[in-house]
Write a protein that binds this ligand. Structure first.
Ligand SMILES: [Zn+2]
Length: 97
């Protein structure tokens, strides 16, 4: 109801947004990060923002460690060898009968 209350909650949002990156990186001090965590729980907008950020961060982390092309190639060859290995006995049987 009160304008003052709205103003303070808006201030808290701005402050939270300002330190959100540091918070997600774990660079924030204990008191501040607890305050941010509390705000993210009670403020849907900031909580959503935080989850989007952490999703992006997770995606970036996954990209930093790409799958080794050699491993992929070896797996593909192994799969092909398996396919050939499975096909051969069937062919032999079909031709033999
Ligand atoms: Zn907020």
């Amino acid at each position: 109801m009160s304008i003052f209350r709205q103003a303070t909650s808006r201030m808290r949002c701005l402050k939270t947004m300002r330190v959100l990156q540091e918070y997600l990186d774990g660079h924030l001090d204990e008191v501040s990060s607890r305050r941010v965590a509390l705000h993210l729980e009670e403020c849907r907008r900031c909580g959503l923002e935080a989850s989007v950020y952490s999703e992006i961060k997770a995606a970036l982390r996954r990209k930093e460690r790409p799958v080794d092309p050699d491993t992929l190639d070896r797996l593909r060859r192994f799969g092909e060898a398996l396919a050939v290995g499975n096909a051969t006995p069937g062919e032999i049987r079909e031709n033999g009968v």
